[in-house]
Design a protein around this ligand. Structure first.
Ligand code: XIL
Length: 606
């Protein structure tokens, strides 16, 4: 491949269904677009691979960051006590400097690649601390100003969620982790220091343990600046410990960011079992797309590194993690041709920077398997009231809900103050039906937007899940708003919220059990009560808060959506899923507000 910028090849065009006009245009590189987003895009580099024709060229053209794949690990740098060998790491740092790339130091302490003199040694706590300090001072100190960020400790939490019993742990004790951060900070007070681990990308138990550990560090002033999420993922894996969904991944990034930490996506590759087919490569591209898009949606996420450059040299090729020997988990083929995943990442970067997209909206929709909703506003029938006493017109099925104002509501679980407010019912409400159904309504006064859901539920399943990660897996009502004024938005931003009101609030009136995208910004208040045949929630969100300003003028509109999640048993989540907005045919409201319906305010004096 020549040094000139990439153009799409015809084979890829066919694969992607990309329009021919795009093929003739010169495309920006990953690093061009990463710069435009003010983020780093990196690749792990093994010094031995640099000499492979094409490797250096693609690295320099596409990436503005590199991570030494092995060269900065302890067994490489200090194979014998006190004898450091910096040859290979120097080579990588020089290559990076020559090509205007930043180096992400990886990693000072890890249970693998430990020199045998440490692993098999017998040291007192003091001796081990001395060895650790000396290693960290020497390495971080040598590259001060040249390697501006380090994974200080790698993979310190084991799969049973305790601190891994590494030699460091055995010699020193649990505080070896914070001591390492302390020493790295002393060696280079300007370096950004990270804790890095795998299997903690989404909201899962391991991620929670890491969150608690780093939150404690932050609180006690241990010098930590970020968390690295390795993100070695496998297609279609949804078990805990694996990356689960963008919202889940986004929530984890968000909460770490809320601690004031940076989040780096440090070692991405997307593996799979079986043969490499066009379909697999498309699914892989979709995963890469979602990862990059989710990272870019969060200010805290500033770096995205793939664990290698071309498929031929992936560490997974060695049968690691039980992969097929010819697995192709990266962005470039063995011949350094860009893969569908490359164009996916490129497009996510281009769109986030507000630049010319690389793929068309249709191509993205196909890739991500979401439906494109026509942005044009559907004509509504003349508003009518089937009952003259009604405070607002009848809703239009699956499309529009008329919310009366001003109506004052008290959050007390009693329906008296909801009288004459139009309701919508979803689900089978016939006598004897043994499934969940929901009747909901919305109204406003001068200060709040109120929401009520009366749920018929023969078996309330509540209190089994953590609100942050698992609220939708048990009985809950979701009430969504898009108050940005843009009904065509296809992803969440400030002003859009998914507010998951859990039935678990019945038993926990003092601690609100709420989940969902941006729900924390909504300042929601609620009351949940058990009823004769199920449960009821009443909720209120302020019309004005940090996330939005909603003005209930006559016929003014916001985006609105309602879902019901009905679990029939603790392990049978969403055995009922009811969705109000007709545009949301694929349960996409959690990530795509363009499939919401419309809430239209109705002045009761009309
Ligand atoms: C891997 C390298 O890619 C291999 O070449 C080496 O043999 C073992 O280490 N998590 C990490 C990385 O943090 O350092 C590992 O890198 C992959 C898993």
């Amino acid at each position: 491949m020549s040094l000139k910028k990439l153009t799409l090849t015809f084979a890829l065009l066919l694969l992607l269904g990309v329009s021919v006009s795009a093929a003739q245009e010169e495309l920006p590189s990953l690093r061009d677009l990463a710069d435009a987003n003010d983020v780093y895009i990196g690749a792990a580099v093994y010094v031995a691979h640099l000499s492979n024709p094409g490797h250096e060229e693609v690295l320099a053209r596409e990436f503005n960051m590199l991570t030494p794949e092995n060269e900065a690990k302890m067994c490489e740098l200090q194979p014998t006590r006190g004898r450091f060998d910096f040859t290979r790491l120097d080579r990588l740092v020089e290559f990076a400097e020559a090509n205007d790339m930043i180096v992400r130091g990886h990693t000072l302490l890890w249970h693998q690649c430990m020199p045998s003199w440490v692993a098999n040694g017998d040291f007192s706590r003091e001796e081990a601390i001395e060895i650790m300090r000396d290693h960290i001072y020497t390495v971080v100190g040598r590259y001060k100003g040249r390697i501006p960020m380090w994974d200080v400790v790698n993979e310190a939490i084991d799969d049973s969620l305790g601190i891994r019993e590494t030699p460091w742990y055995n010699f020193i004790g649990e505080d070896y982790i914070e001591l390492a951060f302390q020493f790295a900070h002393e060696a280079d007070p300007d370096a950004l220091l990270f804790y890095n681990d795998y299997g903690a990308e989404g909201m899962n138990p391991k991620a929670n343990v890491i969150y608690d550990m780093v939150a404690d560090f932050v609180e006690r002033g241990v010098p930590i600046h970020g968390v690295g999420l390795q993100t070695h993922i496998e297609l279609n894996r949804t078990d805990p410990g694996q990356y689960v969904s963008p919202s889940n991944f986004g929530q984890n990034i968000q909460r770490l960011g809320d601690l004031g930490l940076e989040v780096h996506i440090t070692e991405v590759d997307v593996r799979y079992n079986g043969d490499t087919t066009d379909e697999i490569l498309q699914e892989q591209a979709a995963d890469y797309y979602r990862l990059m898009q989710t990272c870019l949606e969060h200010d805290a996420c500033t770096t995205f590194v793939t664990w290698g450059v071309s498929d031929n040299f992936s560490w997974l090729r060695d049968g690691v993690l039980g992969n097929p020997p010819d697995v192709q988990p990266l962005l470039f083929t063995g011949d350094y041709e860009p893969k569908p995943a490359y164009f996916a990442v490129l497009d996510a970067l281009a769109r986030a920077a507000g630049m010319e997209p690389i793929l068309t909206d249709e191509e993205v929709a196909t890739l991500l398997d979401v439906e494109i909703v026509e942005p044009e506003v559907v004509e509504l029938p003349e508003p009518t009231k089937s009952d003259p006493a009604q405070l607002a017109p009848d809703s239009v099925e699956g499309l529009a809900y008329y919310a009366p104002f001003p109506v004052s509501i008290t959050l007390d679980g009693d329906l008296a103050d909801w009288e004459n407010i139009p309701t919508v019912t979803l689900g089978d409400t016939s006598e004897g039906a043994n499934t969940e159904s929901v009747t909901f309504a919305t109204a406003a006064d001068g200060e709040y937007l109120y929401f009520m859901a009366d749920v018929r539920d023969p078996h309330i399943i509540a209190g089994f899940n953590d609100p942050v990660g698992g609220w939708y897996m048990e009985d809950s009502v979701e009430f969504y708003l898009n108050a940005t004024g843009d009904p065509t938005l296809t992803s969440y931003e400030t002003g859009v919220a998914q507010i998951g009101l859990m039935a678990a609030n019945i038993d926990s009136p003092d601690e609100l059990m709420v989940g969902g995208g941006n729900s924390m910004d909504s300042d929601v208040d609620l009351v949940a009560v058990e009823t004769e045949n199920g449960y009821r929630v009443e909720a209120a969100v302020p019309l004005v808060n940090d996330a939005w300003t909603i003005e209930p003028d006559h016929l003014a509109e916001i985006g609105y959506q309602v879902h019901l999640n009905g679990a029939s048993a603790p392990d049978a989540s969403q055995s009922t899923k009811l969705i109000w907005s007709a545009a949301d045919t694929q349960d996409q409201s959690w990530q795509n507000p363009s499939v919401f319906g419309r809430l239209i305010f109705w002045d009761t004096s009309q």
